[in-house]
Design a protein around this ligand. Structure first.
Ligand SMILES: *Cc1c(COP(=O)(O)O)cnc(C)c1O
Length: 605
């Protein structure tokens, strides 16, 4: 496996002003450094950063044994195996090794460099931290092995490596970021490392509110879930044991505990000058969760070139080649013959059906309406809402000339309830499958399968319990490929749903029964008739790309991070010298910076 050509010289790091920290980053389909949506978003963000020559670097962990590979037996019982990979034979090593003090002993941390390379050749280096170094305690050598594996003690040690080790490595490499972006709370301990830097060797005991403010000016925090279990917290005994007395007592004193626990979200909130949720609704929900802090919203996106099918890439390259550098050109799909759009989608559908046949032996029919449902298996996602009334589903399938449903998704290894949900779908699939209705559950939902599914089905289904879906991004991948969604109005879909134009809303009900009813009604009376009319369906496919593809992409999202979070528009030119394209345009209109806000950014440039 060779991912990076050694002919790429290490990029100049001295002018990188933004450091992006994430516990998981999906960098390549062949690297197991991600679990799901959070890592995909991180990877897509960096791919758009590389495409738009953003002055960024990123930090994550190597995850030498990956998240896991999912195996499903004939009744849908999930088992897991590790996905070992070897950074040594895959990536160049970053030049420096640093030493941290954790758990009362020293631990060495090094990094491997993965270069994300943009359309114009801009390199965005990602440093994957690794503690598997001779001389480290044998237990510590395993700390960068398992993404979301182990117990809370293991997790806290990993988060310490990410936050404290990440800042130390960047400093050793000569990177001097002005903005540190915490993608979720896992990286919040980076703030403590910045506070230590701020004190220039002085004790954390002496940190003043002014020192904390100095750190706040350098930090931006994105929170990703309204599900309480998604916010890591640790007992004080573990905090003291892992971080040692000086750091742990500083966290207590600075007011970062929540309900008597060390809470990574509250550390991130306390130390960030800008906080956001990942869709408009999620920002509001987060604001209610954290009323003491102002919470903004920047809606997620996906990296278009990563998720568009080959057929759509070829069509767009032919008709609007500028889409690769500027995703706003997706709007121009209205200038493309709808028959060509429908044909590009059909190629994705045929390709998905080949994959299904290879993996399961099942023959899906390309003329039949096909629904896709694939996501992390969590109870709030309600994978089985579609199967709520099996008899009715079968009757609809018979009435509308057939229906095919493709499922995929992993349950966390420790989530027995989630594993039960997979078995439930398997049981329903074998009970209900007939000549009119076909249901299949595909193993090991990952990058490649996620792409094949969102490019190949006709309708993307999402049935979360409100308001737990912070954003969701798989429906955005589908939209880019001309695939409408049938979804609960939660997360991004509140912004993306134009009824009968980009898809359909499952109407809110006060019971599962009522929501399932709405789902079946739309399926039978709105979706199936439209699908039976190829001209109308092709028009809808174009709407999905023109309206939602043009907006729900990471090029647009990153631009918003630049102008709202990283370098708020009034301050950027003064403090950093960096201007996003939008800012450059604005700067010519209004050259006078707002001096009172300019102090938000430290004058280190
Ligand atoms: C896009 C993607 C996700 C996130 O999708 P959601 O809509 O947030 O569930 C998760 N896993 C994989 C493999 C993906 O490609």
């Amino acid at each position: 496996m060779s991912l990076v050509s050694s002919s790429y010289p290490a990029p100049d790091l001295s002018n990188r002003t933004i450091a992006y920290f994430s516990m998981e980053i999906a960098l390549s389909p062949s690297l197991p450094t991600y679990s799901g949506g959070l890592g995909m978003l991180a990877g897509d963000t960096l791919r758009s950063g590389a495409d738009t020559s953003a002055p960024m670097v990123a930090v994550s962990l190597a995850h030498r044994r990956g998240y896991f590979r999912q195996h499903l037996d004939s009744v849908g019982q999930q088992t897991e195996t590790d996905v070992p990979w070897s950074p040594e034979t895959t990536l160049p090593q970053a030049g420096e090794t640093v030493t941290l003090s954790l758990q009362g002993r020293e631990i060495q941390v090094r990094a491997w460099r993965f270069d994300v390379i943009g359309v114009t050749g801009h390199i965005l280096p990602v440093f994957l931290l690794d503690t598997d170094i001779e001389g480290n305690d044998p237990w510590d050598r395993r700390l960068t092995d398992h993404l979301y594996g182990g117990d809370t003690y293991y997790r806290l040690c990993q988060e310490a490596v990410l936050g404290l080790g990440g800042i130390a490595i960047l400093s050793a490499l000569g990177v001097k970021p002005q903005v540190h972006h915490m993608n979720e709370g896992h990286a919040a301990l980076l703030a403590l490392a910045l506070l230590e830097t701020q004190l220039q060797g002085g004790s954390l005991r002496d940190a003043t509110e002014a020192d904390i403010q100095a750190v706040r000016r350098q930090c931006v925090f994105t929170t990703h879930t309204p599900v309480p279990a998604g916010h890591d917290q640790f007992g004080l005994d573990q905090m003291y044991q892992v971080l040692g007395h000086e750091r742990a007592s500083a966290i207590e004193r600075i007011g970062c505990l929540h309900n008597g626990l060390m809470n990574m979200t509250y550390i991130a909130l306390r130390f960030s000058r800008y906080v956001n949720g990942v869709a408009m609704q999620h920002g509001k929900v987060s604001q209610q969760m954290f009323p003491e802090y102002p919470v903004h919203s920047i809606t997620n996106g996906v990296h278009a070139a990563t998720w568009l099918s080959r057929a759509f890439q070829e069509l767009l390259d032919d008709q609007v080649p500028a889409w690769r550098t500027d995703n706003q050109y997706f709007r121009s799909v209205y200038g493309i013959d709808p028959a060509l759009v429908a044909h590009a989608h059909l190629k994705g559908k045929l390709s998905l059906f080949r994959t299904i046949a290879q993996r399961t032996g099942l023959k899906f029919n390309p003329t039949v309406l096909t629904l896709g449902f694939a996501r992390r298996v969590a109870t709030y996602k309600r994978a089985s809402l579609l199967l709520h009334d099996p008899k009715r589903l079968v009757a609809i399938a018979e009435k509308i000339g057939g229906l095919q449903i493709v499922y995929a998704g992993k349950a966390h290894p420790a989530d027995n309830a989630g594993k039960g949900l997979i078995r439930d779908v398997f049981a329903a699939a074998s009970r209900l499958s007939s000549s009119a209705l076909k249901i299949v559950y595909l193993e090991n939902y990952d990058w490649d399968l996620g792409a094949a599914l969102t490019q190949g089905v006709d309708v993307w289904v999402n049935t979360p319990r409100r308001p737990y879906e912070a954003s969701g991004t798989s429906g955005m991948k589908a939209a880019l490929n001309g695939v409408p969604s049938l979804s609960i109005l939660d997360g991004w879909w509140i912004e993306g749903c134009a009824e009968n134009i980009t898809g359909w809303a499952i109407e809110d009900g006060d019971s599962e029964e009522a929501e399932a009813n709405s789902l079946y009604e739309k399926l039978q009376h709105s979706i199936a008739p439209l699908y039976a009319n190829p001209t109308a369906w092709a028009a809808m496919q174009r709407h999905c790309i023109a309206i939602n593809g043009a907006f729900f992409n990471t090029h647009r999202m990153l631009e918003q991070y630049f102008t709202s979070a990283y370098f708020p528009i009034e301050t950027s030119s003064v403090a950093t010298g960096y201007q996003s394209p939008l800012q450059r345009r604005r700067a010519t209109d209004d050259p006078a910076p707002n001096s009172s806000q300019a102090s938000l950014i430290p004058a280190t440039a």
